[in-house]
Design a protein. Structure first.
Length: 188
């Protein structure tokens, strides 16, 4: 005949203080260890939202010695590396063009080639020493001021990095502006 075994404290269903502390400590360590991969995964997932596709900064367009001292402008194509998302980058994408010239005081000035009237590309006519928009006969002097009432404002100037000019490079803060408006407003 077998005798019943008395219940021991370890086989009871009631939680003990030591068991609770063990489980709480284990959950805390697991949480600390698990938070790092979770944060890394979240940052990887949200990376395309953190990256900006806007141009914003200065972009090198050419060499300063390519710009003549006589005030006539030179057209440079603006080429950038375009980020589509975190995994796709397009290299050397033309996004626009600028005219760069030196004024009488040898100050470097840059203009966006887009006509402020309706957005056509402005051409420089060296024989006439002026810019002409072929779409609606907008005309601008070599300094960018409008010559007739067709365009609502002068040609749009761009910022030039003075520090880069010291080393012989032309860098501009390339922007596109809204067309048809009296004042220069950057597109967003």
């Amino acid at each position: 005949m077998t005798q019943p075994v008395p219940a021991t404290p370890s086989t009871t269903s009631e939680p003990t203080r030591r068991g609770f502390l063990y489980r709480a400590f284990t959950a805390t360590i697991a949480g600390i260890v698990g938070i790092f991969p979770a944060i890394s995964g979240l940052l990887f997932f949200l990376d395309p939202l953190r990256r900006s596709n806007a141009l914003g900064g200065f972009i090198k367009v050419g060499q300063l010695d390519a710009v003549p001292d006589d005030g006539s402008p030179v057209r440079f194509t603006v080429v950038v590396h375009r980020l589509e998302d975190a995994w796709t980058t397009y290299l050397n994408v033309p996004v626009g063009a600028v005219y760069v010239r030196k004024d009488a005081a040898k100050k470097v000035i840059a203009f966006n080639v887009t006509c402020p009237h309706l957005g056509c590309a402005v051409d420089y006519m060296p024989g006439r020493n002026e810019y002409l928009c072929p779409c609606h006969d907008s005309a601008f002097k070599v300094d960018g001021t409008r010559m007739n009432q067709t365009p609502p404002r002068d040609m749009d100037t761009l910022d030039v990095d003075a520090e880069k000019l010291k080393i012989g490079e032309v860098w501009v803060r390339y922007q596109d502006f809204r067309t048809g408006e009296e004042h220069k407003v950057a597109k967003t």
